[in-house]
Design a protein around this ligand. Structure first.
Ligand code: UDP
Ligand code: MG
Length: 317
């Protein structure tokens, strides 16, 4: 069995060597490949990766020209991974490779996605608290009860990652997307270690972006087949209500000669009708777009250099 490890790296120079040897020690007796994606590091990360790759052909590395984000790095790694099981983990040593056999055990039991749960977190409270709230909201939105949507440590059957398309900060919602496709998902507690080197790359803004992505993923999973169901429903409700109001006012005017110039209700009625029609047409336009773009494109990234990835090293003609 071949195990792939996809590891996004942004300025993690002090962790990479230890991470590489810990992974090697804990994925025995299986064959492995480690795919490091350098997401625009400005420290020595890439030269250390080059060192590691020169000594070990199972270490494959990609260097992005600039920082494209964790989701883009993971997506790029997923496209390269050829393992029978694909792991993602953070490069900062917070995820402990000693947990690898526990993930494999769950995969062997027949689960398609095994997600880590940082039961005892070693992060400051201003990180843990919003994260708790976030997990609560997301679990309710997708009706998929995971205790930890933010854990980078996960194992996948390859089918899952080949079908899920990532953009924005969408990596957090892979379980929700996979769940919508019908995959079987479980969660296991994992040891979470304190960050020893470097700094966290995220602050509170992640939750703002995370919220917009939540809307997108909800849209994609629930209404991708037919956005008209969403827009049409709202549009129809608005049109009908607005229509009823205008009709009522029209009856007053025509049969009872009530003047309408001082009735704010008239404005409301007309606005509702117009907004409703807009909603319906928005739904129709979305339908047209989805039919055209049947599968979303990969994230736009620019690769500067790769090592141990022969299919990419040839210059493009
Ligand atoms: N990372 C990345 N690109 C980014 C931000 C982060 O590749 O734009 C990597 C980072 O190097 C680490 C992982 O994603 O391997 C998780 O980042 P971090 O540890 O900062 O997140 P936290 O653990 O604080 O949630
Ligand atoms: Mg971390």
């Amino acid at each position: 069995m071949l195990i792939s490890f996809v590891i996004p790296v942004l300025n993690e120079q002090d962790s990479l060597r230890q991470l590489g040897s810990e992974i090697k020690a804990h994925c025995q007796p299986h064959a492995h490949e480690i795919i490091f994606i350098d997401d625009g590091s400005r420290d020595q990360s890439f030269s250390i990766m080059e060192d590691l790759a020169a000594q070990d052909p199972n270490i494959r590395i990609v260097k992005f020209r600039r920082n494209f984000g964790k989701a883009a790095a993971l997506q790029y790694g997923f496209n390269l991974a050829s393992g029978d099981v694909v792991f993602t983990l953070d490069a900062d040593l917070q995820d402990n490779p000693a947990e690898i056999p526990n993930f494999l055990q769950k995969i062997a039991e027949g689960w398609d996605l095994v997600s880590g749960w940082k039961q005892k977190r070693h992060d400051p409270w201003h990180k843990v608290l919003p994260s708790k709230l976030f997990n609560w909201v997301v679990a309710r939105t997708f009706r998929l009860k995971l205790k930890d949507y933010n854990c980078g440590f996960k194992a996948y059957r390859p089918e899952v990652i080949k079908e899920v398309r990532l953009y924005g900060e969408m990596h957090r919602y892979i379980p929700a997307l996979a769940n919508a496709l019908g995959y079987r998902i479980t969660e296991i507690p994992v040891e979470h270690r304190e960050r020893q080197f470097g700094r966290s790359k995220y602050g509170w803004e992640r939750y703002l972006r995370g919220f917009f992505d939540l809307l997108t993923v909800k849209m994609v999973t629930k209404y991708m087949k037919s956005p008209l169901y969403l827009f049409g429903r709202a549009g129809l409700a608005s049109t009908v209500l607005g229509g009823a109001i205008t009709l009522y006012l029209a009856v007053l005017k025509i049969f009872f000669h009530v003047p309408l110039s001082n009735r704010p209700l008239l404005i409301l009625g007309i606005t509702l009708v117009l907004a409703g029609l807009q909603f319906v047409s928005l739904g129709l336009i979305s339908e047209l777009i989805i039919n055209r773009v049947s599968s979303l494109q990969d994230l736009p990234v620019s690769v500067e250099k790769t090592v141990n990835l022969p299919q990419l090293e040839r210059p493009r003609k």
